[in-house]
Design a protein around this ligand. Structure first.
Ligand code: NAD
Length: 425
């Protein structure tokens, strides 16, 4: 892959953002060109066509993408994105992000990702299951506890992970798989307590660590959240639990604001009943984009990539951006935040709680062990807080942003792994 410059004001893709951030880290670390190329990868980037037969006997064609970006530190790890517009480039950028995330959070995984180009909201649960099983059979030889271990991402959930595991076990004629083929499974099938909440809670643990560092009180803060799915809704609930006022929330249906604070539990019930935040009686409806620009202290982008760009960054008022989503800030916007002193807790640290708990699920299944929710939450809180402190200290000592410090740590660990493994094969 070639790295290229960003910052031209044109729409920046997730892949461009990932390449730009890597390029900057490679320069700061003065990587030798051969090492740089090896780290840049990706190791494997594939596109498949699957042809599931639906219940009305119609055969459809669905594009599937799977990228193993880097597996120097362990099997590639990363979720399955199921959206109507996901591209191979998006999956490549997201797989690269996973390499840095697993490295930063200190679990023995590499980075991977897959994409299924399909709108899961347009079909029944049965049809989605047919597509997920077809994906599993089509991508089977690229999935395994020592190769690539998927998890949920946008558009997929724990039921989909259960179907993947069942499909593999069924094809082997066994009850269970030998080792962990997929994380984010339901508890009843070997999932781990607290996995679904881990990313959103991890986001708030990094915010709490920042507050502690600066002598701030989260209970005095106003928080806005873009995206009210797995990550955003849990982050909103957890922030409210610590006393923060959640003053605005957006999802795909629109935005809802209340300067006195939204009742997050009631909002969750409304979303469950109606399918979106729009029309919530405890707030005022606004355009979804307005949430990014509203008056608040902490903004948690937790929807998709490239949301804060050169076009809207000047209108973003929050003084802290906690990146729940992957690559929500383009390099151009990042530069503006840096110039004006807006602190960004970078995605590869901020939303790494999910992959950390996925690792606990992986070890639990491998060792046929069981961990309690209290154990998982304690380990998650400790790891998020520790890594936050280390990266914050690196950024202060080196006069760098937290993103630059986190990228330096992530890339250095992968490079160390390359030299420790020696020449391959
Ligand atoms: P999800 O599908 O559960 O939720 C996505 C939410 O974003 C939904 O509420 C949707 O309505 C909303 N949304 C989509 N487009 C939007 C837009 N243009 N404006 C406003 N809202 C919009 O997905 P998720 O698992 O919560 O993932 C959200 C982000 O977090 C993604 O970037 C994902 O890659 C990242 N992430 C997820 C995890 C995880 O464990 N689920 C881990 C790390 C990072």
């Amino acid at each position: 892959m070639n790295t290229r410059q960003c910052g031209d004001g044109v729409q920046t893709s997730i892949l461009q953002t990932s390449l730009y951030n890597f390029d900057q880290a490679a320069r700061r670390l003065a990587l030798d060109d051969a090492v740089r190329q090896k780290v840049l990868g990706p190791k494997e980037r594939i596109e498949l066509n699957i042809n599931p037969i639906l219940s009305d006997e119609k055969v459809i064609n669905v594009k599937v993408f799977l990228v193993r970006h880097n597996d120097v530190l362990g099997p590639a790890k990363g979720g399955i994105r199921m959206t109507p517009d996901v591209t191979l480039d998006d999956v490549t950028g997201l797989a690269m992000e996973m390499t840095w995330k697993t490295s930063v959070i200190g679990v023995p995984f590499g980075g991977g990702k897959s994409g299924i180009r399909f709108d899961p909201t347009s079909v029944s649960a049965n049809t989605k299951e047919v597509i997920i099983r077809s994906f599993t059979r089509g991508a089977r030889r690229h999935i395994g506890p020592e190769i690539y271990v998927p998890a949920p991402d946008m558009g997929t959930n724990e039921m989909d992970m259960a179907h993947i595991r069942d499909c593999i076990a069924y094809s082997q004629g066994t009850s269970i798989t030998n080792g962990c083929f997929v994380t984010g499974k339901p508890l009843i099938l070997g999932g781990i307590a607290g996995r679904r909440e881990a990313t959103g809670k991890g986001v708030v643990y990094t915010i709490l660590a920042l507050c502690e560092k600066n002598g701030w009180d989260l209970a005095q803060m106003r928080v806005a959240v873009q995206g009210f799915g797995n990550v955003g809704s849990v982050a909103a609930v957890e922030a409210a639990k610590h006393g923060a006022r959640v003053v605005g929330v957006a999802d795909i249906t629109g935005g809802i604001v209340n300067p006195d604070g939204l009742d997050v539990d009631a909002l969750l019930a409304h979303v469950k009943a109606t399918g979106g935040v729009r029309g919530f009686p405890g707030g005022t409806d606004v355009d979804g984009r307005a949430i990014l620009e509203m008056d608040c202290d902490i903004l948690i982008p937790a929807a998709s990539g490239s949301q804060i760009t050169g076009e809207n960054v000047d209108r973003v008022q929050a003084r802290v951006i906690a990146e729940g989503a992957n690559a929500p800030t383009t390099p151009e916007a990042d530069e503006v935040f840096n110039r004006r002193g807006t602190l960004v807790i970078p995605d590869i640290l901020c939303n790494a709680g999910g992959v950390f708990v996925s690792y606990l699920e992986y070890t639990q299944e491998t060792q046929r062990e069981q961990m309690t929710l209290a154990e998982v939450e304690q380990r998650l809180a400790e790891r998020m807080s520790l890594r936050f402190q280390e990266i914050h200290a690196m950024s202060e000592q080196g006069g760098m942003t937290m993103r630059d410090a986190a990228m330096n740590m992530a890339v250095s660990r992968v490079v160390e792994g390359i030299f420790a493994r020696g020449l391959l094969p």
